[in-house]
Design a protein around this ligand. Structure first.
Ligand code: ADP
Ligand code: SF4
Ligand code: MG
Length: 316
C-alpha cells in the first residue's frame, strides 16, 4: 500500500470553542488508484487534504493520526525533511479555487515552471522546456506558455493548475473540488484528462467533491464523509449500487434522475454544528433508521461485504 492513513483527528481552535473537523479518518491508497472523497460543504474534506500536505492553518491541532507513505511516517518527519522529500514531490494538491488564484501578472508558463526553478534549482531554459511539456501533457498548446491567466478560459486555467501540481512528478495528487466552478461539458473534459493522466502516469488521486455522481466517474473507491468522519468506504460500484450507511443512501436518493417520474428527495435537517456535534452518532438527528444506541454511543466501524461502514445497524 502506498499511503496508509490511520485515525486522523483534527480540531480547529475557534472563539466558540474547539471545532471537531475530523474524527478518526482512516483509509489506504494504492498506486494508480483514485479515491473519491464525497461529502457536503463543511464535512472536513479540505481539512483532510491540507493535513496530508501538512499545510493546516495555524489554529488547527492534529490530535491523533498516522500517515505512512511508502514506509515513511510523514506526520513524524521534521518540516524541513517533509518539504524536501514529500510535499509537491510525492504528494501534491490542487487547492480548492486554485484556478482563480493564479498570479495575474506572471505568464502562466513561468508559474508552471516556478517549482522547478525554486525547489529543484533547474536552469531557466530547462525548466521552461519541462513546463512546455507539462502544458502538452494536460492537453494545452505550447503557445499557452506565454499567456496571462486572464487570456485563458476556466477550463484552460484548471489545466494550468493541474500542470502545476504535476510538475515535480508526484505519486499522489489531491484534487479539491477541481471542477466545481466549471460548466458541465468542461467538467467532463477535465475528468477525461484526469483519467488519461492516471492511466499514463499510474498516478493516484484523492478526488474531493460534494458531487457523488462526479466522483463515481473517476474513482475506483469512494469514501463518504459526514461531519468529519468517513461513514462508508468501499469500491465505487458497491457504494453506489449497494450503499450501506443511511447517509449514503440518502445522498444517492438526492441525485436527480431524468428517467424516473419522481423528484429527487432532499436530506431532511441540516449538517451539525461541529463545535457542539450531536452525541452518539453525529447523523442521528437526520437518520431515518435511528435506534436507541445511536443517541448514546459513537458508532464503530463495521465491515459489511466490501464496504467499511460506521453505523450501529451493522453491529451483530
Ligand atoms: N481555519 C479554520 N478555522 C476554524 N474552522 C475552520 C477552519 N477551516 C475550516 N474550518 C471548519 O472546519 C470544518 C471543515 O471544513 P472544511 O475542511 O473546509 O470542509 P469542506 O472542505 O468539506 O467544506 C467546517 O466546519 C469549517 O467551518
Ligand atoms: S449509527 Fe444509528 S443514527 Fe447513525 S447512521 Fe447508523 S442507524 Fe443512523
Ligand atoms: Mg472544501
Amino acid at each position: 500500500m502506498m499511503l496508509e492513513l490511520k485515525d486522523l483527528t483534527v480540531n480547529y481552535l475557534t472563539d466558540r470553542g474547539r471545532l471537531k473537523a475530523l474524527n478518526k479518518v482512516s483509509f489506504s491508497l494504492s498506486e494508480g488508484e483514485a479515491l473519491g472523497v464525497v461529502g457536503e460543504s463543511g464535512s472536513g474534506k479540505t481539512t483532510l487534504g491540507l493535513s496530508l500536505m501538512r499545510l493546516l492553518p495555524k489554529n488547527a491541532e492534529l490530535l491523533e493520526g498516522k500517515a505512512i507513505f511508502n514506509g515513511l511516517d510523514i506526520f513524524g518527519l521534521l518540516e524541513e525533511e517533509f518539504r524536501r522529500k514529500i510535499r509537491w514531490k510525492k504528494i501534491s494538491m490542487v487547492f480548492q479555487g486554485a484556478m482563480n488564484s493564479l498570479n495575474p501578472v506572471i505568464k502562466v508558463g513561468h508559474q508552471v515552471a516556478e517549482p522547478l526553478i525554486e525547489h529543484e534549482n533547474l536552469p531557466k531554459p530547462e525548466a521552461y522546456r519541462r513546463a512546455e511539456e507539462a502544458l502538452e501533457q494536460v492537453g494545452l498548446n505550447r503557445q499557452v506558455f506565454h499567456c496571462y491567466p486572464h487570456e485563458l478560459s476556466g477550463g484552460m486555467k484548471q489545466r494550468i493548475v493541474i500542470a502545476m501540481a504535476l510538475i515535480l512528478s508526484p505519486k499522489i495528487v489531491i484534487l479539491d473540488e477541481p471542477t466545481s466552478a466549471l460548466d458541465v461539458s468542461i467538467q467532463a473534459q477535465i475528468i477525461n484528462l484526469l483519467k488519461k493522466l492516471k492511466w499514463e502516469l499510474s498516478l493516484s488521486f484523492i478526488f474531493i467533491t460534494h458531487d457523488i455522481s462526479l466522483a463515481s466517474d473517476i474513482s475506483d473507491r469512494i469514501a463518504v464523509v459526514y461531519a468529519g468522519e468517513i461513514v462508508e468506504i468501499g469500491p465505487s460500484e458497491d457504494v453506489l449500487l449497494n450503499p450501506k450507511h443511511p447517509y449514503t443512501k440518502e445522498l444517492l436518493e438526492s441525485i436527480p434522475r431524468i428517467t424516473l417520474d419522481k423528484l429527487p428527495s432532499f436530506i431532511a435537517g441540516s449538517p451539525p454544528d461541529m463545535v457542539d456535534p450531536p452525541k452518539g452518532c453525529k447523523f442521528h438527528p437526520r437518520c431515518p433508521e435511528v435506534m436507541d444506541i445511536c443517541y448514546r454511543e459513537e458508532p464503530k466501524d463495521f465491515t459489511v461485504s466490501k464496504q467499511r461502514v460506521r453505523c450501529w445497524l451493522y453491529n451483530d
